[in-house]
Design a protein around this ligand. Sequence first.
Ligand SMILES: Cc1ncc(COP(=O)(O)O)c(C=O)c1O
Length: 403
Amino acid sequence: MNAELDTRRTGTTSPSTAADGSARAPRGHLARVFAEYPIEVLDGEGVWLRTRDGRRILDLYGGHAVAALGYGHPGWTRALTRQAEACNFQSNAVSMEVRHRAAARLARFGGLGLDTVFFVNSGAEANENALKMAFRLTGRPHVAAVEGSFHGRTAAAGAVTWGAREKWYGFPRAPFDVSFIPRRDVSAIAQHVTEKTAAVIVEPVQGLAGAFDLGAEFLQALRRRCDETGTVLIFDEVQCGLGRVGYPFAANMYGVVPDMITTAKALGNGFPCAALMMSPKVAAAVTLDSLGTTFGGGPMACAVMEAVIDAIESEDLLARVRRVGAYIRETCVVGPVTGHQGAGFLTGLRTSRPAKEIQAALLERNILTGTSSDPHVLRLLPPFVLEEQHVDLLRDALADLKA
Ligand SMILES: Cc1ncc(COP(=O)(O)O)c(C=O)c1O
């Protein structure tokens, strides 16, 4: 492809060879649905990325919260390689030790009694199946979600995502009735959660909304109302779960046990996988053929899930996320940052100027961060292996920016 076409399609030009001399593939074939950062990553190590033009970038965004162990983690790489060599795939129709091990490991890691696990491939798919189980259990027509939420882009997950219908939903109608509870508004819960409500689906710490923490009081009130009305409580911990808030799940942090948890992102450290974790009451409604998947629970996914939980436990990463997360909040309210929200390594920094401007300025200083649906919140989702010395680089860069 010539350079002119390349520029027209991608809006960028870049050298045809990398700093290491490797050739560049033709541009323009990928659907243009993502605004790309102005960098191209070649490889990574720990919390660092190396770009095509030879820069070293501190990654505080972790590929939308996915790269929990960072890059080149030896235990994760070994687990994936060994499983690929041993047996790359068998479907759920064939029993495999690694699949049973991963399910048991995940249930034990959570320690919440959500001991039945259904493995799928993505966060949206996990939510889709969780909602399906709630309808199956209750036979009711309505779901309550929370304002500001993001649950994915498929038909059911998109229907319970705040603002999706107006922005990108695309389907002619939602597959069921949905209403949205204002965030943290305990007094509004009863009117949204009734005997007609099959499920409440909620991100305990809302990710895309800018690490907005819904708080124990609101989550406990949801639990109580679900108990009163026989409604199924689903925690979407696709982003905030699996260690990101410094606890196995946000449910552990708040001391509120839902009927189902969905989790993904950090679970595979980059290998696509997700899980739906169910209480005994929900699991009792699972029957043969009621749920299904081809790739979910594949042996390579299971091997890496096990490796991720192994690393979190053996490297004491939950304690590190709590400690270094607190250090971020203590030290990084400088320059244009006026405050913080969220928990652990799902942290939002409130900014006096648009967060987009701060993000761009930090990237010029070789620090990768994220924005959110709140224009004044910069989102940090770093790998769990981040250390205080890395946070110091962020603090210094922020302090250098105009307030
Ligand atoms: C809280 C939450 N739920 C669901 C999803 C959808 O996950 P996926 O993109 O894997 O379908 C996301 C993705 O960002 C998310 O943050």
